[in-house]
Design a protein around this ligand. Structure first.
Ligand SMILES: CC(C)(COP(=O)(O)OP(=O)(O)OC[C@H]1O[C@@H](n2cnc3c(N)ncnc32)[C@H](O)[C@@H]1OP(=O)(O)O)[C@@H](O)C(=O)NCCC(=O)NCCS
Length: 319
């Protein structure tokens, strides 16, 4: 039994913040931000819309895309470290609003690698036969934990949500074994403290580790999947910084035309970043059923990972 992605959906806040807006109160420029990060604008939650609302919108779209009913969902995993409440997590409320019946519902926090960790857990539950249909969601409101007066981070982070539907079936590939890893030695290079509740980051150090770890993990994930870089149709790397993504792609030997970027309009949405990129890639015609996708993420902890998935392989549902 394998686990295959059969649907995807996403939701972004309406409010757009351009680089120009930072020029008014930070020692920065639109040109600097674009040159050093590739970011032009980002979406930020404001007003009455909650992160739960965004996540539910993404899940409804993903279920519609998959042609499945909420009542069929057995398990929901939400990757986030910025939930609406400290407790309970987002997942039980999302389950309630979707109308799932008796679905397991849990939040996971693996910082910017959260979606990959969640996808791996959901795939494992499906492969073991414990779950048949799962929603894996990445949802973040990083604006809640961003120091607006720190020019090294204020420009980077944003909000958004996206979800995939993962189904069990007799398929050839599905989600190949993921590579997941951590190194708590570097927990002080990127963190949000319990009292301050703001992201603090040593940008250059994080940058260096991110590139190295994601390249290693992706190469290992390809090896475990029995593939080479030539088999990859699209590389979807956590959208933190265009230079990080391009540098990782160069080292892996993935040509530019096989690298997806939406960091320019989305910025860094942490665990929502990979599913948002997957959805935007599909909408842009860059991802078609049967394509081989290499995913890689890196985040505070440090935690990181990579995985090879086949995009929307035809799933013959198991009995
Ligand atoms: C944060 C980041 C964009 C900074 O870019 P960089 O090219 O590494 O820049 P540096 O940190 O070397 O800083 C260079 C200079 O630019 C300054 N700078 C930082 N942010 C700036 C901004 N928004 N505008 C203008 N100057 C800025 C620094 O203060 C520094 O000035 P100094 O030389 O006078 O000390 C980059 O390090 C980065 O993207 N890091 C990883 C971020 C990330 O991926 N985080 C999440 C991982 S999940």
């Amino acid at each position: 039994m394998r686990a295959g992605v059969v649907g995807i959906g996403s939701a972004l806040p309406e409010h757009v913040v351009t680089n120009k807006e930072f020029e008014a109160y930070l020692d920065t420029t639109d040109a600097w931000i674009q040159r050093r990060t590739g970011i032009r604008e980002r979406r930020i939650l404001n007003g009455a819309v909650t992160l739960t609302d965004l996540a539910v919108e993404a899940c409804v779209a993903a279920l519609n895309d998959a042609g499945r009913e909420a009542a069929d969902v057995d398990h929901i995993i939400v990757a986030t470290f910025t939930p609406d409440r400290l407790m309970p997590g987002l997942a039980p409320r999302i389950a309630k609003l979707l109308g799932t019946e008796n679905a397991g519902a849990i939040d996971v926090n693996a910082a910017c690698a959260g979606f990959l960790y969640g996808l791996d857990q959901a795939a494992a539950l499906i492969e073991s036969g414990r779950v048949k249909l799962a929603l894996v969601v990445g949802a973040e409101a990083l604006s809640r934990v961003t120091d607006k007066h720190d020019r090294g981070t204020a420009i980077l982070f944003a909000d958004g949500a996206a979800a995939v539907v993962l189904a069990s079936g007799e398929i050839e590939h599905g989600c190949a074994p993921f590579v997941l890893a951590s190194d708590g030695e570097h927990g002080d290079l990127l963190y949000a403290g319990r009292d301050e509740r703001l992201l603090r980051m040593e940008g250059q150090e994080v940058y260096r580790h991110a590139v190295e770890r994601m390249v290693e993990a992706t190469a290992e994930a390809l090896r475990r999947a029995g593939m080479t870089v030539d088999d990859v149709d699209l590389l979807v790397v956590h959208q933190a910084n265009q230079r990080i993504i391009e540098s990782a792609a160069r080292r892996l030997g993935v040509p530019e035309e096989k690298v997806f970027l939406n960091v320019d309009t989305i910025a860094n949405t942490s665990s929502a970043s990979i599913p948002l990129a997957l959805h935007h890639a599909e909408l842009a015609g860059r991802l078609a059923p049967g394509d081989t996708v290499a995913l890689a993420a890196f985040g505070g902890g440090f935690v990181w990972g990579a995985g090879i998935i086949k995009w929307k392989e035809r799933v013959h549902a198991s009995a």
